[in-house]
Design a protein around this ligand. Structure first.
Ligand SMILES: Cc1cc2nc3c(=O)[nH]c(=O)nc-3n(C[C@H](O)[C@H](O)[C@H](O)COP(=O)(O)OP(=O)(O)OC[C@H]3O[C@@H](n4cnc5c(N)ncnc54)[C@H](O)[C@@H]3O)c2cc1C
Length: 350
């Protein structure tokens, strides 16, 4: 492909991640076009280097020593409407575009399907990795296809959404499928300025107004951002509890029979088939004797003051401290409830 690659001075990953931890990598290559991104990744494969793809850094925790690692920064921008009908629009978005900027654009233009995922930080290209979701929506509901440089073939191919085997906070990219996403295509609906029917009651319950399940798009966006901010789930300089990766653990999914073993007052959500339930990981943590705001003695990592499921950097924490607290939480929850909490962020170099 022959794109010219731009190496930038390797600075500590604390500057590139919302958790603000992580050391200095061996190299840092910023890819401002899709061709550069593919070239950088192909080079890493050919040279068999230890590399890590990084975009917004909102779901990645780097170790303190990553001097062996080549970091490839996804920064390709742009979006275009590739198909439009009376009822829908298909938008191709380059991987490095900001996710929330894309949601804001869709809401402004009256395109529905991603409005409940307002305020989630990071890039568009990372959203398929863990099938990002919030307030009853998941990106897999609107993704149609993805351009993907596949490690199996070293070829760039346009793959249909089902190639990525999306499920709750999960995709094949978390289970061995290797490659890099160049762009993602989304099919959004035109519903006269209204949202798609809300799958979660949280927004309508909060508003306490006689809205049906479809609300004005901007109302959904504003309400979600307000709700998220109250839990430290919007990255803002003014909010120390947002120095995090969002939820540090996924909500465990268990069988219906297992779910019945847990107390009635515990939050549980029925999954599509009704045979499985998602348990509230935040509830499990708080009911294992770990309150919001908890820190291990002498540690600068702490459980968020606003949300038991988030670990925050209280200021100047080392990644070692973040991981120690995560392990402590896992051990406590396993000992109390027999549930193994699975970390949601990508832990790199540990
Ligand atoms: C305050 C806060 C709130 C959050 N709330 C939510 C939420 O409600 N729901 C939710 O699902 N997540 C949430 N997150 C997690 C995070 O925002 C998402 O996972 C987001 O998609 C990560 O995007 P990123 O660009 O920052 O990814 P990064 O952290 O840069 O990368 C994450 C992973 O994706 C890979 N990756 C990135 N770009 C590409 C690419 N182009 N091709 C292939 N692989 C790639 C990386 O290698 C890495 O493994 C939250 C995080 C924070 C800090």
């Amino acid at each position: 492909m022959g794109a010219v690659l731009s190496q930038i001075p390797a600075e500590a990953m604390a500057k590139f991640t919302t958790m603000r931890v992580g050391g200095k990598p061996k190299s840092l290559t910023k890819c401002e076009s899709t061709a550069e991104l593919y070239e950088a990744v192909l080079n890493a494969w050919r040279e068999e280097s230890n590399y890590q793809i990084l975009a917004g850094g909102s779901n990645t925790v780097f170790a303190d020593d990553i001097s062996h690692l080549d970091v490839i920064l996804v920064a390709n921008l742009g979006k275009e409407i590739v198909n439009e009908t009376d009822s829908s629009v298909t938008v191709r978005v380059q991987a490095g575009e900001g996710w929330d900027e894309f949601v804001a654009w869709a809401v402004e233009h009256g395109y529905a399907g991603i409005e409940a995922m307002s305020g989630i930080p990071g890039s568009v290209g990372a959203t398929p990795v863990q099938n990002v979701g919030g307030y009853g929506q998941e990106v897999s509901e609107t993704i149609t296809q993805i351009e993907f440089l596949d490690f199996e073939t070293f070829e760039v191919e346009v793959k249909p959404a089902d190639f990525f085997e999306f499920s709750y906070r999960d995709s094949a990219l978390k289970h061995g499928l290797r490659g890099v996403i160049g762009w993602v295509e989304f099919e959004l609906k035109k519903l006269g300025g209204l949202s798609v029917p809300m799958a979660s009651g949280q927004i309508t319950n909060h508003l306490g107004e006689p809205y049906g399940s479809q609300l004005p798009l901007q109302v959904v966006r504003d309400t979600v951002i307000e709700l998220r901010a109250s839990k430290g789930m919007v990255v803002q300089d003014s909010d120390p509890s947002s120095v995090s990766c969002g939820s540090f653990f996924t909500n465990p999914v268990v069988s219906k029979i297992k779910a019945l073993e847990f107390p009635q007052d515990m939050q549980k959500w029925s999954m599509e088939d009704g045979e499985k339930f998602k348990l509230s990981a935040g509830w499990l943590i708080e009911n294992s004797g770990i309150p919001k705001g908890y820190s291990l003695p002498g540690s600068k990592a702490k459980v968020s003051d606003k949300h038991a499921l988030a670990i925050t950097n209280g200021g100047g924490a080392k990644s070692k401290e973040i991981i120690e607290l995560a392990r402590f939480i896992q051990e406590r929850v396993a000992a109390t409830w027999g549930i193994n909490l699975v970390p949601e962020p990508n832990l790199i170099g540990f």
